[in-house]
Design a protein around this ligand. Sequence first.
Ligand code: GUN
Ligand code: FE
Length: 460
Amino acid sequence: RLPTRQVHHYRIQSLSWTTTRVTATNDSGFIAHFEDSHTEESLTLLRNAASTSQEILTMGNGDFLLPTFCDLHLHAPQFLYQGNGLHLPLMQWLDEYAFKAEEKMDADPVLARKVYTRLAERLIQAGTGSVLLFGTLKEETNLILAEVLQKSGIRGFVGKLSMDMSSRPSYVESSTSASLKNVRSFVDKVKKSVSHLEPHRRLVEPVLTPRFVPTCTDELLSGLGQLGKEQSLMIQSHLAEAHDQVEWVRKERGEEDIKVFGKHDLLTPRTIQAHCTFLDIPSLSHLHHYGTSVAHCPLSNAYFSTEPFRLREALDQGVKIGLGTDIAGGYSIDIMNAMRQSVIISRIRDGQRKDRDDPGSRCLTIDWKESLYLATRGGAIALGLHSHAGAFKVGVPFDAQHIRLYDSDNENGIGPLDFLDNDYGAGIAENMVEKWWCIGDDQNRMGMWVQGTKLHSISQ
Ligand code: GUN
Ligand code: FE
């Protein structure tokens, strides 16, 4: 084994710090060696014993190592118009911005490749190592997205949209049977595109993606439910997102969309539903019962939902939750912003709670540590990445980001960070992470790895 240098190890859930050594195997990218230098305990290689172990990280004062972020909800084609058009209600916004942009991508593979390449580059800068994506209708465009993601080194869960109904006549699949045939073909092709690789090098996976109830007939939803079961596929959609969408489903389908998804076998342990803002506690408990996860997208919700997600209640019900940016319903690609916004929204909700004076009542806030958990391990669990994904343990894929707060040659902060005074609060380690959580940015990210591979942008 090559020599390793000391790292600070941050255990997300308990927020305890130890000084450790971490190495990863060069060939396989699984954490191979893990050593706690305080106790001198040492764990050695678990699997895929590579002949060469590689030093992955060097950490010192003001540096720390963290799992990569997971973005559980992002519309890849909408990256094209990120930051525009959020003055409209959801259903109108879909008509005037989303469908148009997606159609444009489907008509222009050169543009699609350019946009998706830039998207992957931005995700790497932002520390997002795993991303669950909505694509477009056309197979070719989605295969470009899968190819770009695989090449970029990020874990990409790629969904070809299924839509056999639409408010835009030029942006819809020709029939229910065509839609089901198209998605089968897409799933086969994505699987085939990585089948020559060793399993741990397969970074892309196809995901069934009924856009939402208003664009899918019952027949289509039922076909997708069946296909999901047949091939154990992941499923994603939008659930109980916005006032106008919820009203539409009630009026046109005569029931709530959670019922519609449920009866077609689309609420599974491999399903991730975005938003869920209109779900009450019994419905959240229903999601827990099915093992279905939620992609919480606080920024997008502030624009489209009129109702905040019941995050504390959902956590209390045991629902699996991670964070999503919902580009372009949310304008920021940075999961750090989603973390901050999730805390802000929870604090506003708590401030408005009617039972604040009752000492036995439940506080609705989440704190920064909980949001950090949602952004990393929470997301990894929802994606079913690995039983210990998002944690640093021997045998776990090395998916990590290296954060630096201070220039090692002097005391200057990097990026927006200026001073760290050790006399306050929880102690130096926790103070550092908290400070980064509040005011850090891309400039503090020294590097990131997925499956032990250091990622660089791939754009031309
Ligand atoms: N519901 C259906 N499609 C979309 C979309 O593209 N964005 C958002 N935020 N919600 C949706
Ligand atoms: Fe969305």
